[in-house]
Design a protein around this ligand. Structure first.
Ligand code: AMP
Length: 213
């Protein structure tokens, strides 16, 4: 099963993607996580990506598409995957579509986690991330067991630069301009399913599993 998660930054699509990956035993692929791992490891790709990410801008398609296509070609993606944060532009969606068509494959579901902008801004300011293992929390909704400390690896949790309020406003603008057109793209392909992302995390997940079966 090949699934794409759509939704504004902070809509909760990453959390849902992880839950889907676990239930359906498919890899969770987040281009944001791949970039952050590269930043942490000080790679050239990381240095280049950081310039854009810190401003809430999208990393250019040339860089993003290559890492994604390399990743989905790996053996663990044979039975499908859930993409979180890719595609984010129509050209990215087209490249993915062409690559899949060549293999005689297609995206089965594009799940749109729908949350209004005003909810997003409040939510993002409460987000905390572990830069070591990539786990994400929310001070109100998904708190770690010990305040400020990652449950998985014990590292300190931080407010990511790209979750800071001024960056969030920028990311929402970028989302509406560049990513929202994907809703029409996948509607036309007949695979778009929208769920109400303002519900509790478990209720959003129940709506998603009702769709995926
Ligand atoms: P995310 O963790 O998905 O919210 O991504 C964090 C940041 O990484 C985004 O604000 C972008 O700067 C960059 N990024 C992640 N995925 C993509 C993508 N598919 N295309 C362009 N930039 C991306």
């Amino acid at each position: 099963m090949k699934i794409i998660m759509l939704g504004a930054p902070g809509a909760g699509k990453g959390t849902q993607a992880k839950m889907i990956a676990e239930k359906y035993e498919i890899p969770h692929i987040s281009t944001g996580d791949i970039f952050r791992a590269n930043i942490k490891n000080g790679t050239d790709l990381g240095r280049e990506a950081k310039k854009y990410m810190d401003q809430g801008l999208l990393v250019p398609d040339e860089l993003t598409v290559k890492i994604l296509l390399d990743r989905v070609a790996q053996a663990d993606c044979e039975n499908g995957y859930v993409l979180d944060g890719f595609p984010r532009t129509i050209p990215q969606a087209e490249v993915l579509d062409e690559a899949l068509t060549k293999l005689g494959e297609k995206i089965d579901y594009a799940i749109n986690v729908d949350v209004p902008d005003d909810h997003i801004v409040t939510r993002m300011s409460g987000r905390r991330a572990c830069l070591k293992c990539g786990a994400t929390y929310h001070m109100e909704h998904i708190p770690p067991k010990k305040e400020g400390i990652c449950d998985n690896c014990g590292s300190e949790l931080v407010l990511r630069d790209d979750d800071k309020p001024e960056t969030v406003q920028n990311r929402l603008k970028v989302y509406h301009e560049q990513t929202q057109p994907l809703i029409d793209f996948y509607t036309e392909k007949g695979v778009l399913k929208t769920v109400d992302g303002t519900l509790e995390m478990q209720d959003v997940f129940a709506a998603i599993t009702a769709i995926l079966g």
